[in-house]
Write a protein that binds this ligand. Structure first.
Ligand SMILES: CC(C)(COP(=O)(O)OP(=O)(O)OC[C@H]1O[C@@H](n2cnc3c(N)ncnc32)[C@H](O)[C@@H]1OP(=O)(O)O)[C@@H](O)C(=O)NCCC(=O)NCCS
Length: 193
């Protein structure tokens, strides 16, 4: 799987939909081999977004370890794959996963999720689709509450979650710090059962 959008690939991205013959999105469970692309999608946000409260890039190995930990706990990790019909090439267009909110046993019916779409594939409906899929999986697996912790600058993501039934339950000023500035985190919660 390539992690960087090549010149040829970028020409197809505008045509990429879930049903286009030339470039098609599909979804499946993440594999170890996807973690290079996934680390790069995350690290692009580390480098460019004030809403992700870390300045430290992650390694591929750390993502593989996290995938294995989540699998062992029956937590999902799904990826969107863009397939280019002319070349048969595939690339990872985005991912969605969740993990524990807090480790104490009493929190076992609550999860906090992550949703990241590659910058070249944003605005094409993948975020909406992957959030819906994650909500369905969580519901089927007996999760009671799904939580999103979103940097207050990330209005697009707050809006996306609100449209999927998430409700703001907390706004915590100056709990984050990035690039020399305090950051506010917004918690949004959706009851699944
Ligand atoms: C937030 C994010 C997941 C949204 O995914 P996406 O695939 O780009 O979003 P979608 O194409 O599904 O669109 C979702 C909504 O946002 C709107 N939208 C998307 N891109 C937009 C843009 N650039 N400007 C304005 N609105 C936009 C869409 O019109 C859609 O609104 P609708 O429900 O009224 O139709 C994606 O932008 C992303 O990965 N951002 C960086 C990481 C991040 O912020 N993750 C979320 C942290 S919890």
């Amino acid at each position: 799987m390539s992690q960087i959008v090549s010149q040829e690939e970028s020409e197809y991205i505008n045509e990429c939909t879930s049903s286009s013959p030339s470039c098609k999105y599909s979804f499946r469970d993440a594999q170890d081999e996807d973690m290079g692309a996934i680390a790069e999608i995350f690290n692009e946000q580390v480098r460019t977004s004030p809403s992700l409260f870390t300045e430290t890039e992650v390694s591929v190995e750390s993502r593989i370890n996290l995938l294995h930990e989540r699998r062992a706990k029956n937590f999902p990790w799904i990826v969107a794959v863009a397939t280019y019909e002319s070349t048969g090439e595939e690339s990872i267009a985005g991912y969605a996963t969740y993990g524990e909110f807090r480790v104490a046993m009493g929190y076992r019916f609550t999860v906090e999720h992550s949703l990241y779409i590659h910058k070249a594939h944003r605005g094409k409906g993948l975020g909406k689709s992957m959030l819906s899929q994650l909500l369905q999986i969580a519901t089927e697996r007996g999760i009671h509450v799904m939580l999103a912790a979103i940097g207050s600058d990330n209005l697009l993501s707050i809006d996306l979650h609100s449209k999927h039934g998430f409700v703001e339950v907390g706004r915590m000023p100056q709990t984050g710090f990035k690039w020399g500035q305090w950051q506010t985190v917004v918690f949004l919660q959706k009851m699944l059962s």
